[in-house]
Design a protein around this ligand. Structure first.
Ligand SMILES: *Cc1c(COP(=O)(O)O)cnc(C)c1O
Length: 467
């Protein structure tokens, strides 16, 4: 039975439910499973071509550690992915864009980004668990643009959940902001923080670590610090690789990265036995992760706004989960580096460890002008519109691809219509929002502007909750 440990402290191993309801470990670490379940070759052969929900059940079941029955899980999965929420029967379809290149379209959910794939499931799972426990939950989340709307869409109908989403004021696209702020439901609260995404994430972490607040309000997280997100995201790496010939041939993936969540889900899939050959992470001008893989030093810079705003991040939370693995799961060593990071705003690893990290990940960066060029070149070569985040990934994939016999998959993390200005600038074509979002630009917005101040934010949250 899988249990969960914190990346930072010993403490008793926790169950899946505890970990999902808590979000963050009390010592500030992130929860990780104590072992990696294996999906062996025979099972992979069996899953090739199977429906998304069947693959998802097989991948997720071992992580639940018996807390939810396989049949209940399957019901929730069918409700999530086979109902009206996703508009493609393949759920996460592959589109070929070159002789040995594909994009994995992760924008067929209600809010048009990959965040829906985990959050639509988690909303339903939370609802099921809270109903059984007769418990209420307050969700706090930080968003660089896409997590917020996906979480709001997933939770707006849940009567046991109150949701507070912090976004950096004026730093998301208009479409992204309106997808959050035009939802009019009594349990949904949008807060525009006068700061950047890292400030929002730091506020959320501080609230989760305040034991009294956390217990009073039953706080949990929907950011990828919550293990359930990582687990649910590993599924589409399996469906994509199996469709392209795994387990008989390996597949390369390139993942546009901000918080290191999605790319860490790929790493988990590889640890479970999926033959991922090259795993490339792609950053925009906020390239702290790429610099880390070049130098072995993790050192944040100032956050610079870019045309791929969902990746305007300098403190990548999930990196700590990978670090835990890289340091042979020694919590003491992770603690040392995290303390160093807090005290000196930087930490480094040995050259030997860096070599190991470079065997597991490739990394590349992409400037705004390169992003625009990539969107245009992709459109000219294939007639396909891609969003700026996908373009950052494609740019890296083309520069790191060495062996054309290995299929190369770039994750298309958002629909181009979420970023119409950048797409139009690159291609001359303004992508249209799907029908269910028509009228978005005319609806009334609901949000509260607050300073980057923990006290003000917690006071606001307490005052908004039903007594
Ligand atoms: C959230 C997001 C990312 C970054 O994903 P992480 O899991 O934080 O690395 C990249 N692109 C888009 C479109 C996103 O919404």
């Amino acid at each position: 039975m899988i249990r969960y440990v914190s990346t930072r402290g010993p403490g008793d191993p926790k169950s899946f439910l505890d970990v999902m309801l808590a979000g963050l470990a009390p010592d500030g670490g992130l929860y990780v499973p104590d072992t990696w379940p294996e999906i062996d070759r025979a099972m992979q052969e069996h899953l090739a071509g199977a429906p998304y929900t069947l693959v998802a059940g097989t991948i997720m079941n071992p992580f639940l550690g018996g807390m939810i029955s396989a049949s209940t899980l399957q019901q929730i999965l069918v409700d999530t992915y086979d109902g009206d929420s996703f508009n493609h029967t393949a759920v996460a379809p592959l589109t070929q864009i070159g002789p040995s290149a594909w994009i994995l379209e992760l924008y067929h959910g209600p809010t048009l980004s990959f965040k829906d794939y985990a959050l639509q499931f988690i909303g339903r799972l939370f609802d099921h668990i809270l109903e059984q426990k007769k418990q209420k939950l307050t969700i706090v989340g930080a968003t660089s643009g896409d997590t917020g709307s996906a979480a709001i869409e997933a939770c707006k109908g849940c009567k046991n959940i109150n949701t507070f989403i912090l976004h950096p004021k004026d730093r998301t696209s208009d479409v992204q902001r309106r997808q959050m702020t035009t939802v009019d439901a009594p349990n949904i609260h949008n807060i525009a923080i006068e700061g950047n995404f890292d400030d929002c994430q730091a506020l959320v972490k501080a609230m989760l670590l305040d034991q009294k607040l956390s217990q009073d309000l039953h706080l949990s997280a929907v950011n990828s610090i919550n293990w359930a997100r990582i687990m649910a995201q590993s599924v589409y790496y399996f469906t994509a690789a199996l469709a392209l010939g795994a387990p008989h041939r390996p597949v390369n993936f390139t993942v546009p990265t901000g918080n290191f969540g999605n790319v860490y889900s790929a790493f988990v899939a590889r640890r479970m036995g999926l033959p991922i050959q090259k795993l490339t992470l792609a950053t925009n001008r906020n390239d702290i992760l790429t610099r880390f893989f070049e130098t072995g030093e993790m050192k944040p810079d100032k956050v610079m706004p870019s045309i791929s705003p969902s990746m305007d991040i300098q403190v990548s939370s999930n990196f700590e989960r990978y670090l835990f693995d890289l340091l042979r799961r020694e919590q003491g060593s992770v603690n040392t580096l995290m303390n160093e990071f807090r005290a000196h705003k930087a930490f480094g690893i040995s050259q030997e460890k860096l070599k190991e990290a470079n065997r597991e990940f490739s990394a590349d960066r992409c400037s705004d002008p390169e992003t625009i060029t990539m969107m245009r070149e992709c459109y000219e070569a294939t007639g396909i519109l891609i969003d700026p985040h996908t373009a950052v990934g494609l740019h890296a994939a083309m520069r790191t691809q060495e062996d054309p016999t290995i299929p190369s998959v770039v994750l298309a993390c958002a629909h181009p219509a979420k970023f119409p200005d950048a797409v139009e600038q690159a291609t001359g074509i303004r992508p249209q929002l799907p029908l269910h979002l028509a009228g978005l630009m005319d609806k009334t917005e609901h949000f509260t502007v607050l300073p980057n101040d923990l006290n003000k934010v917690t006071t606001f949250i307490r005052s908004e909750l039903p007594k």
